[in-house]
Design a protein around this ligand. Sequence first.
Ligand code: TK8
Length: 357
Amino acid sequence: MTTIWRNALTLIGATTLTFGVAHAQSPELSDPPVIEGETVGDHGSHRLRMGIGLAKSSPQYLSSQYFGEILEQRTEGRITLNVFPNSQLGDDVQMLEMLQTGTLDMTYPSSSATTGYVQALAVFDLPFLLPSREAAVAVMQSDVAQGMLDAFEGTGLKALAFSENGYRQLSNSARPVETPEDVAGLDVRGLSVRTMENPVHLAIWQALGANPTPMAFGELFSAMEQGVVDGQENPWSTILTSNFHEVQDYGTETRHVYTPFIMMLSERTWDRMAPEYQELVLEAARQSAAYEIQLSAEYDDWSRDQLEERGMQITRLDDEQLAAFQEAVQPVYTEWAPRIGEELISDIQQIVEDSSN
Ligand code: TK8
């Protein structure tokens, strides 16, 4: 295992103590694939800076480090990558703007933060569209999805590859949630739920009777800590690695949306690179994205179980309870399917169906 991995895993392998109980900080994770391929000739040097939203223990950070390892090894150090985690350099929307102005080379937003540039990506925000990780990966690897990455051309953003943010789960600090009525509150007020700054997510939580509040990811922990919002929704691994369980008592396994990440490079940086480097960057992005999906899968259920071990009360929905959530969000399709495109949605649904055959 390379030095950087020993250091990274040693760092995240450190246990955390909760009331004296030691908890592992990460599951047994697969090593990254061995870096193979020819050394790319000398076409100058690039010191790349990348900002991400998640923590150093997240699949997003670990796979970004692997991406940097590939570039460094395959160019004998002529291309290096420095990854800044924890929304240090800004949130998804701000960092995308920094790529457009050239003040930052790379970032790794949720697709939901990019629908202002490529509206078709809103298809991924439709609730309960992707029934399994296999189906989601088939969609992300399809020509339809590649067309969405290509559609960023001219925005100042070079979209390199899709990977997995994952299935979103509800957490909150007010009460256990088993039904949409628990979200809306019958004799109590509806939950105030932070959403990404994305109109489809806003519509989902309005349909469920919540009071949705769009907010940057970097502001979320303190907003929950101060009671500005009751809850939020993110994959279990994000809830764990961002320590949301410290301010959230209840979780509900809704799996209401599967969100991709998109690895992004500034077009200004891309245009300064020789074609040989561009080819390597694309290849390395795809390799690290595949590894990120593997890590995310290894983190998913393990994170949920860790959250329970650390005191979060997690509700698993039975088929009937899940059906109630799916029924409650149908108005989102009525409103958004025509705006996103019925044909695109049926193309995606066909890929989903083919992936299960
Ligand atoms: C991290 C975000 C985050 C997303 C959100 O940069 O904002 O809730 O799910 O993972 O992209």
